[in-house]
Design a protein around this ligand. Structure first.
Ligand code: AMP
Length: 396
């Protein structure tokens, strides 16, 4: 199938070709024809599958440059809002559509100016709601609603915000939902907002051969040393390391740096400016390793991540699927590794649920211990709730 078969304009096709997009991906093949026919779709798709063009191209085709919002895209994170918004900007230039990308953490005033003239708005729930409540965003003429990474929006607790945003939209609209996993909550959202949606469920792409998955049994206190060893001995390209807490991302990145590995952390404590800087360093290969929390890493689209390392395992299989989906994209090979310590065993059962036959065990072999930074004392004895004082004993 070719883009020409979808009934989209020649100008748009030329634009796609100029950006090296010549042949539709599987998601695009399966999705674009339904959207063009006006159907609602629920699409199981990962970042990297080409889903953005899958919904951007047909919506760009259908809307007009009238300076009134006709399409709204809701994304869970700022990074994803930017990525999706930039795809819209790229492919709607020829048609002269106005695109506003809105998210929190930066000044609202330039965004207010943009949304006033926009035909397409792409944004995160909090900022969208803020703009709606200030009466600067008018969704009364918005006939296209795109909910991107629906599962993650729900995981992040945005359901009330989304419901509130959708109340500002007309009842008659085409609703397109994209989600890496289709769970009961996503289906609940589908029933609420979609009419007779076409469900497009893609086959499991996590096949052996494309994505290699394995785990090492390793003591918690030896994990960091083993990680240093692994990064130095495995042929890793760009590597994404997942930790479950922000403080852990800082600790791990700092130990890696002390041991000669170019690494940075990415977490929700960092300013938007810092996050963008680090993402830029990673995507251009200035640093080899990004140590991130799930929220911060969500929506990262960096080509050619060769390894995803679960430094901490998450207790839910969907998150594991999201994490490993950062590698082995577009037919390229990738490796997903779990460092499994005594505190992770109970989680492994859950993760193994969907991947049991695909994750192999490997032996860590011998490796050197690295020096850890001195442990800082974080408690505050003075404010110990024990009113007898920090010694904990009543003087007699
Ligand atoms: P996405 O899954 O939307 O994040 O897209 C992942 C990447 O694939 C983006 O950099 C797109 O520009 C690129 N891409 C999307 N569709 C195609 C296509 N049909 N051919 C080549 N690259 C594509």
């Amino acid at each position: 199938m070719e883009f020409e078969d979808f009934g989209i304009s020649n100008e748009l096709i030329t634009d796609l070709h100029e950006h090296g997009i010549v042949k539709p991906t599987k998601v695009q093949e399966e999705t674009i024809p339904h959207i063009m026919k006006g159907r609602d779709v629920l699409v199981q798709s990962e970042t990297g599958s080409g889903k953005t063009i899958g919904f951007a191209i047909p919506t760009i085709e259908k809307i007009k440059p009238i300076g009134r919002v006709q399409a709204l895209v809701i994304t869970p994170t700022r990074e994803l809002a930017r990525q999706v918004g930039e795809e819209y900007v790229k492919f709607s230039k020829g048609k002269g559509l106005g695109v506003a990308i809105v998210y929190g953490g930066v000044s609202i005033n330039p965004q207010i100016e943009k949304v006033r003239e926009a035909d397409v708005v792409v944004g995160t729930p909090g900022r969208l709601l803020d703009l709606l409540r200030r009466n600067v965003l008018d969704l009364g003429g918005s006939n296209y609603l795109i909910i991107d990474e629906a599962d993650r929006l729900l995981d992040m607790g945005f359901i009330d915000d989304i419901n509130a945003i959708i109340r500002f939209m007309p009842n008659q609209k085409q609703c397109l939902m994209f989600s890496a996993t289709i769970n009961s909550r996503v289906l609940g959202m589908m029933h609420r907002y979609q009419k007779d949606a076409v469900k497009i469920l893609l086959e499991n792409v996590l096949e052996r051969g494309i994505l290699e998955q394995y785990y090492y049994n390793i003591k918690e206190r030896e994990k960091i040393s083993f990680l240093v060893h692994l990064l130095k001995t495995e042929k890793c390209g760009l590597t994404l390391v997942f930790c479950n807490t922000k403080s852990k991302t800082r600790l791990v990145a700092s130990v890696l740096k002390r041991n000669g590995i170019t690494a940075e952390c990415l977490n929700g404590d960092m300013t938007q400016h810092m996050r963008e800087k680090v993402m830029g360093q990673f995507s251009t290969g200035k640093i080899d390793v990004l140590v991130a929390t799930d929220v911060a890493a969500r929506g990262i689209h960096v080509e050619d991540i060769t390894h995803v390392i679960n430094y901490d395992l998450h207790d839910d299989a969907d998150t594991y699927t999201h994490r490993i989906g950062r590698t082995a994209r577009q037919g390229k090979k990738g490796t997903a590794i779990i460092l499994l310590s005594e505190k992770d065993y109970w989680k492994m059962d859950k993760v193994m649920d969907g991947h049991r036959d695909l994750i192999d065990k490997r032996e860590p072999g011998e490796f050197e211990m690295v020096k850890l930074p001195p442990r800082r004392y974080t408690g505050n004895r003075r404010f110990n709730s024990n009113r007898r004082g920090f010694r904990g004993r009543r003087r007699r």
